[in-house]
Design a protein around this ligand. Structure first.
Ligand SMILES: C[S@@+](CC[C@H](N)C(=O)[O-])C[C@H]1O[C@@H](n2cnc3c(N)ncnc32)[C@H](O)[C@@H]1O
Length: 201
């Protein structure tokens, strides 16, 4: 695990981590999950795709520590959990074009107008995420908040990503989709989920 300081100050990194020495050939298919929460997706994804590497960034220390321990207990060497703010960490961890996929599932909605700047997918973050994807790389965003999905689609498309469902469109649930912890609950209750799948051209 890498920890930021208690004040969330960024870690000092003067060069990008050597992902190949950490993950071996799996680094050829490097993916990022932002806000893993209790880690249902990260654990299932790492188990299903042993030939891929997944880096999970989770802001809440207790969640990150618990998920890292569960990954280690399950022998998932292809999953690395980091604690910190992905907005600060991601540009320090990955060079442009490094990622085959980025997963963002049920980002906090921050409803109040004065809290809107806290939203994960703002204009700056959309540009950052688009730039971190390699050509053909996938941005997989899921949310239970329709307005968030509409807003994120517009921002990500403006950042240059191509929406698989057409401009402003939402993707259907894939039959083999791995649900996140929160999504599992929604699948049981039938609560709607808006899915965005966009690719870097
Ligand atoms: C609503 S929860 C969803 C958790 C999980 N993705 C799921 O679907 O079950 C949002 C998670 O994102 C984390 N988070 C919010 N902002 C973050 C940031 N800037 N960097 C990393 N994690 C963040 C929160 O701590 C929380 O665990």
């Amino acid at each position: 695990m890498i920890f930021t300081g208690p004040d969330e100050s960024p870690i000092a990194v003067d060069r990008y981590p050597d992902w190949r020495s950490r993950f071996g050939e799996r680094a050829d298919r490097l993916e990022l999950e932002i806000g893993c929460g209790h880690g249902g997706f990260a654990l299932a994804h790492a188990r299903r795709w042993p030939d891929r590497a997944l880096v999970g960034i989770e802001q809440r220390r207790a969640f990150a520590v618990d998920l890292a321990a569960r990954a280690e207990a399950r022998g998932l060497g292809n999953l690395l959990v980091l604690q910190g703010d992905a907005r600060r960490l991601a540009p320090r961890l990955f060079p442009a074009g490094a990622l085959a996929a980025i997963h963002v599932h049920f980002p906090d909605p921050w409803w109040k107008r004065r809290h809107l700047p806290r939203r994960l997918v703002d204009g700056g973050m959309a540009t950052l995420l688009a730039g971190l994807l390699r050509p053909g790389g996938l941005l997989d965003l899921r949310t239970d908040v329709e307005r968030y999905a509409v807003d994120a689609a517009a921002r990500l498309e403006a950042a240059g990503l191509r929406n698989e469902a057409g401009p402003g469109g939402f993707a259907p649930a894939a039959p083999d989709e791995l649900p996140s912890t929160r999504e599992r609950r929604y699948l049981e209750t039938g609560q709607p989920v808006w899915r965005l799948r966009l690719r870097r051209p």
